[in-house]
Design a binder for this molecule. Structure first.
Ligand SMILES: Cc1cc2nc3c(=O)[nH]c(=O)nc-3n(C[C@H](O)[C@H](O)[C@H](O)COP(=O)(O)OP(=O)(O)OC[C@H]3O[C@@H](n4cnc5c(N)ncnc54)[C@H](O)[C@@H]3O)c2cc1C
Length: 449
């Protein structure tokens, strides 16, 4: 690709997927426009993790400075996850990272803070970043793809990357997903989520209950049949986030905003399963109106991420909303982002080939991660306490395998030539058959195996 005639790319959504795609496309010489609907999405959310498969992409930005800034502000002192029974009994620990390299490539912290750091970096690279303007329609003809904005303006480019999240309008407009099976969003689970800043008194309580330690951040997990509770305490005890997954007994709605503030009685009802434990302590020090309750965001896997005309692709949660129990929402969005940027860089101007190749390279891996989220959630449906207490380490090894260190760029580099050739040769097959298989044994690292 020459710099005189760079590919032009419109990216819809400035979440982690959209921003990563923008950064990776600009760094490969493309001309990028980003459109983001909300002006203040950084004020929402609580804890977010990016694991090494996404983290290695971030680490490469601005000579490592973006990653350093995230580590400096986030949870950089987690060593393990402490697993507890609902009655408070300690079961076992699961290492947060298997070695120092993995630790360095794992980013965690307040979602808004992480997002602001990456957004600030993207602003230095992308002059045409429009915040507070929504896309209302996706357009495409034989030569271009485009969008209509809420202002009425229409923009055209060589291709459009729709990174517009789980409530994507691209799913309907670009992919034509109207079918009940494909659009079914009822995960049947909901989650109370909380983030707050502590005061001195609550910090003292956290310290007394071993939830705040001076030399490390805390990550503690409690299990009960049908319920999982995860708590983070970091930033020298100043920041606390916790999430309690529970059956959706109130037909909750999706959304990170204030419209989903949890009803205190409802919260107490589900928290009572952990009464008498440190988990209850968390609730006691949580300020009023700081917890939201919303439906676990879920979308079934879909077989196609690209438009019929081939110039628009969905990535991130728009294409595959993993359950949070996979812990991979942002990491998978970043994997999509670097893959699409690499394919566009190497497509010799054939953007349709690039987007199709992206889908084939990412499809099976993304689906495998998607399934892991469901498997993790279902595993908590009935907890075999006798087996766990008889051999806690065996249980934790089995239940929390880690994604092997995975390099999405290396994978794309390796797979692209063959995939591009298949596309040019019109090799027949279903999307599933044409997509690149996940390598055997290349997926999970099981501690102790
Ligand atoms: C406000 C918010 C808070 C979150 N908090 C957490 C959290 O605390 N912990 C966690 O694990 N995950 C959180 N998530 C989800 C997590 O960020 C994603 O699962 C993951 O990062 C995948 O990112 P994505 O870019 O694919 O989608 P998203 O992060 O959902 O980003 C999609 C973006 O597209 C924008 N958008 C949507 N429609 C349009 C449109 N028509 N025109 C223009 N822009 C549009 C949205 O405003 C959003 O910024 C949050 C998401 C959001 C939006």
């Amino acid at each position: 690709m020459t710099t005189q005639n760079p590919l032009s790319v419109i990216i819809v959504g400035a979440g982690f997927g959209g921003l990563a795609a923008a950064i990776e496309c600009v760094n490969r010489g493309m001309k990028v426009t980003i459109i983001e609907k909300y002006a203040d999405s950084n004020s929402q959310g609580d804890i977010l993790d990016i694991f090494p498969n996404g983290g290695r992409v971030i680490k490469a930005w601005n000579e490592g400075k973006v990653g350093e800034e995230i580590h400096a502000s986030g949870c950089n002192k987690i060593y393990d996850m402490e697993i507890h029974k609902y009655d408070g009994k300690f079961i076992s620990t699961v290492p947060w990272a298997i070695n120092e390299t993995e630790r360095d490539l794992t980013y965690a912290g307040h979602r808004g803070k992480l997002h602001s750091i990456i957004l600030d970096y993207a602003k230095t690279l992308v002059p045409d970043l429009r915040i507070g303007v929504g896309v209302i329609a996706y357009l495409e003809n034989d030569k271009k793809a485009g969008v209509t904005l809420s202002t009425g303006e229409t923009l055209w480019a060589d291709c459009v990357i729709a990174a517009d999240g789980p409530r994507s309008i691209a799913r309907e407009q670009v992919l034509g997903l109207f079918n009940e099976d494909e659009t079914n969003t009822d995960s049947k689970w909901a989650v109370f989520r909380t983030f707050f800043k502590t005061d001195e008194a609550s910090r003292a309580i956290l310290k007394e209950r071993g939830l705040f330690k001076e030399d490390r951040d805390t990550l503690r997990f409690w299990m009960c049949d049908n319920l999982t509770l995860l708590a983070f305490v970091w930033n020298d005890g100043l920041d606390v986030a916790w999430a309690l997954v529970h059956p959706d007994d109130r037909e909750s709605k999706e959304g990170w905003g204030n419209s989903n503030i949890a009803d205190p009685d409802h919260l107490r009802k589900w928290m009572s399963y952990f009464s008498g434990t440190d988990a209850q302590t968390l609730l006691d020090i949580t300020p009023e109106r700081k917890s939201i309750d919303f439906k676990l965001v879920y979308r079934p896997p879909i077989s196609k991420w690209t438009s019929t005309g081939g110039r628009t692709i969905l990535i991130g949660d728009a294409a595959h909303a993993n359950l949070p129990t996979a812990g991979q929402g942002a990491s998978q969005a970043v994997e999509d982002a670097i893959t699409v940027a690499y394919c566009l860089q190497n497509c010799e101007g054939d953007v349709r080939l690039a987007l199709e190749a992206t889908q084939r390279i990412r499809f099976h891996r993304s689906n495998a991660v998607h399934k892991s989220g469901q498997a993790n959630r279902d595993a908590f449906f009935k907890t075999p306490w006798e087996d766990i207490e008889a051999d806690p380490d065996k249980f934790t090894r089995k239940r929390w395998p880690k994604l092997k260190i995975w390099d999405p760029l290396e994978f794309a580099e390796k797979q692209f030539p063959k995939v591009a050739k298949d596309i040019k040769d019109n090799v027949p097959g279903s999307p599933e058959e044409l997509a690149v298989p996940v390598p055997d044994g290349g997926y999970w690292y099981v501690p102790g195996s």
